[in-house]
Ligand binder design. Structure first.
Ligand code: C2O
Ligand code: CU
Length: 488
């Protein structure tokens, strides 16, 4: 604990003072939670085809205030895409914005050319058509732009949506599963609105990026959801650019059932769950007839010490109100059995043949800034690797790897806490601790097209806290990565 206190004191002393940020406002919770619509799709020659158009619009993020925003197929956020394991999907991504964007499928296992990173930008007026087969467990994934150096701005303006995957285990599970009713997406984001009610991004170099005093769920401030069953499943996504939340309830525990990449082995009873930008968690909450409770963000702690607000820590505030009806339909205890694919999906530490080190300072990874024309890591298909990741400065980061779901083997040598024991693609790095991640590149080799790994605090990412890896056949070398014109 003394060590943790020292880290936090170092954090506070780091001249990392919040800029113009004020604490989150207390608000009334009297607007019904908006549920992103399920995206329509059509099946063409066995492929499920979606379409998404990035566009400009105007939204009422705060009641009575008109804010210029960006969204997919609407003014803010985007529809929820949904597909089954084994299905082939395609998405027609059209860019109706005045500048290039891209759409990355965060958490998805797919070929690098379909990944939607900075190498797959879509010019204004153009349509990009990625296609791939869903080949991973049921999970709450998401999609968002990833244009070179502009990700923070595009996500902050509102471009993001959920991509839900189902499989045999999730469909048979005793878990609430009626979308928008007892299986509720909750995208948590924070904003700064200027005097005209317009989105403001603090890009004045203050760590850790913009921390807003307006907290939204699915694009609404002060939202409530009417609960009509004994249990409700919340699919939580931290879609913020910089803020880390510690989400839970002051008056009850909840069951954590899934992390980024899918279901845990069994539910974990917990008070709260910490979500850094990019992370997801599925929790099941129990309600009594007629009662009201609020999803709350607690002050973030490291080893029992509150993390300063300036570091993406929190003052405490409410996020979403749940109002139970006077009569609730019964819901079973959360339970499920492993998927039919569990054996083939399993990663085993003893299979690891490569260990790599990733050291994050305040701007770079392993002393390098992102270069679109440079391959930082070459991995061989079929190999299981250990990535040792550490923030070497007294500041946290949110480390994300494209293409794979990894397992956290240990944190500073200790086994991971239960909330880090499931499938993950993004992990909060407490300062100056070593996270050993186990990952495997199953297929999809392409020596000429990289995937990304980066900090998901989007200002850090855009500053260059990102690197590229390619997956190659045994004995193959990395090729020449095409550097788009804006280069590095
Ligand atoms: Cu959610 Cu590389 O990003
Ligand atoms: Cu970072």
């Amino acid at each position: 604990l003394a060590g943790a206190a020292a880290v936090v004191l170092a954090l506070a002393g780091c001249a990392l003072v919040p800029g113009s940020v004020s604490p989150v406002d207390e608000v009334a919770f009297d607007t019904e939670l908006a549920i992103p619509p399920l995206a329509e799709s059509r099946v063409v020659d066995g492929t499920r085809v979606f379409s998404l158009t990035a566009q400009e619009g105007t939204s009422e993020l705060v009641p009575g205030v008109q804010t210029r925003t960006w969204g997919f197929d609407g003014p803010y956020l985007g529809p929820t895409l949904r597909a089954e394991r084994g299905e082939r999907v395609a998405v027609e991504v059209t860019n109706d914005l005045p500048e290039p964007t891209s759409v990355h499928w965060h958490g998805m296992h797919l070929p690098a050319a379909m990944d939607g990173g900075p190498h797959q930008e879509v010019a204004p007026g153009e349509t990009w058509r990625p296609t791939w087969r869903i080949d991973q467990p049921a999970a709450t994934l998401w999609y968002h732009p990833h244009p070179h150096g502009q990700t923070e701005k595009h996500v902050y303006r509102g471009l993001a949506g959920l991509f839900l995957l189902d499989d045999d285990a999730s469909s048979a599970a005793d878990l609430p599963h009626t979308y928008g009713v007892d299986d509720v997406p909750v995208v948590v984001q924070d904003k700064v609105l200027d005097d005209d009610g317009q989105l403001e991004l603090d890009d004045d170099g203050e760590e850790p990026g913009t921390l807003g005093d307006v907290v939204l769920t699915n694009g609404t401030r002060g939202a409530y959801h009417e609960v009509t069953s004994e249990r409700v499943r919340l699919r939580l996504l931290n879609g913020s650019t910089a803020r880390t939340y510690q989400l839970g309830f002051e008056d009850r525990e909840m069951d954590l059932v899934a992390t980024d990449g899918g279901l845990l082995d069994a539910p974990v009873r917990t008070d709260d769950v910490r979500l850094a930008p990019g992370e997801r968690a599925e929790v099941v909450v129990r309600m009594e007839p007629g009662e009201t409770t609020r999803l709350h963000s607690f002050e973030a702690e490291l080893g029992g010490v509150v993390v300063p607000f300036a570091m993406g820590g929190n003052d405490a505030f409410d996020v979403l109100e749940l109002r139970a009806a006077d009569r609730l339909t019964p819901s079973p205890e959360p339970a499920w059995s492993p998927s039919a694919h569990a054996e083939e999906d399993a990663l085993h530490a003893q299979d690891a043949s490569v260990t790599r080190t990733f050291q994050l300072d305040d701007r770079q990874i392993n002393g390098r800034r992102m270069d679109l024309g440079r391959v930082d890591v070459t991995s061989t298909v079929g190999d299981t690797e250990v990535w040792e990741v550490r923030s070497i400065v007294p500041m946290p980061h949110s480390f994300h790897v494209h293409d794979v779901q990894f397992r956290v083997l240990s944190v500073d040598g200790d086994p991971p806490p239960p909330e880090l024991a499931g499938p993950k693609d993004t992990v909060y790095l407490e300062p100056q601790r070593t996270y050993r991640l186990l990952l495997r590149f199953e297929d999809y080799t392409d020596p000429d097209m990289p995937y990304m790994f980066h900090c998901h605090m989007l200002w850090h990412e855009d500053q260059g806290m990102m690197g590229q890896f390619v997956v190659v056949e045994p004995g193959q070398e990395a090729g020449t990565v095409p550097a788009p014109e804006h280069g590095a």
